[in-house]
Design a protein around this ligand. Structure first.
Ligand code: ADP
Ligand code: MG
Length: 249
């Protein structure tokens, strides 16, 4: 018996005129885990996140949160029920401080009693932004901007956090810092779903990985199985893998 997934999709499809950007994709996210979403450029990763967060309507299919249909709900409602997204392009309010930006997140999000100051300080500490808290957000180095994007989403107190390339533009040490931050967020009981190009980073942090190519799900599984999957290797390298790779698969 498996628990009701916190987030699931069935036959999720998105067509932009002639182009099928997402082609009948199924997914199922369980509590307590970190998920990855990988695939070559243009595979449809951001589009899938855009569908989950209602940025676009689905062409067909359905998305459920704790078993209830959520496709068709507006983005702010999704935020209220516990689905948050950190964007690839960070857009904090530049003229206010890091702390104030996080505070904005704490004022919104999941309704209910909360201590806005406590949430803000907790999120600043969890994301390692404490020392930066009084700086203006405009002109922050990219590593801190990415963290601020995560922090703003986290301050809305989500149960599911979608992060689209949170390590884009980060150096290796900033990348491992971000991965550690996502691990800590997961330990707090937030289900993290992560789009990431750095295979090593994805493999190190994710419990389960979905692989898209040209809008279709070509594989899913734990990191060890996914890296050995011939279709995944081919999608990434553009060539069929040598036969030896299949022996161990
Ligand atoms: P990824 O994030 O995996 O790099 P995207 O989800 O951004 O890929 O894009 C998947 C495909 O859908 C691409 O071919 C892209 O050009 C197309 N696409 C994305 N958004 C739109 C849109 N609003 N209108 C038309 N085509 C789009
Ligand atoms: Mg993308």
């Amino acid at each position: 018996m498996t628990a009701t997934p916190i987030l699931s999709g069935r036959d999720v499809t998105k067509k932009f005129r002639g182009l099928t950007a997402i082609d009948s994709v199924d997914f199922e996210l369980q509590e307590g885990r970190i998920y990855g979403l990988i695939g070559p450029n243009g595979a449809g990763k951001s589009t899938l996140f855009n569908l989950v967060t209602a940025y676009y309507p689905l062409t067909t299919g359905e998305i459920r949160y704790r078993g209830e249909r959520i496709d068709g709900l507006p983005t702010y409602r999704l935020n209220q029920i516990g689905i948050a997204r950190a964007f690839q392009i960070s857009k904090p309010f530049p003229a206010i401080t890091v702390r104030e930006n996080v505070r904005v997140g704490a004022l919104y999000g999941v309704p209910g009693p909360r201590d806005v100051d406590a949430v803000t300080e907790d999120v600043l500490a969890l994301t390692g932004l404490g020392e930066m808290a009084d700086r203006k957000s405009g002109g922050l180095p990219v590593g801190n901007l990415r963290k601020l994007e995560i922090a703003r989403a986290l301050a809305t107190r989500p149960k599911v956090l979608l992060a689209d390339e949170p390590c884009a533009g980060l150096n290796p040490s900033e990348t491992s810092d971000m991965m550690e931050c996502l691990r800590n967020i997961s330990r707090r009981g937030v289900v993290v779903w992560l789009v990431e190009h750095d295979m090593r980073a994805v493999m190190g942090v994710c419990d389960w990985i979905y692989v898209l190519e040209a809008g279709a799900k070509i594989a899913e599984g734990n990191p060890q199985d996914v890296v050995r999957n011939p279709r995944v290797i081919e999608a990434y390298l553009g060539v069929a893998p040598p036969a030896a790779a299949e022996e161990t698969a």
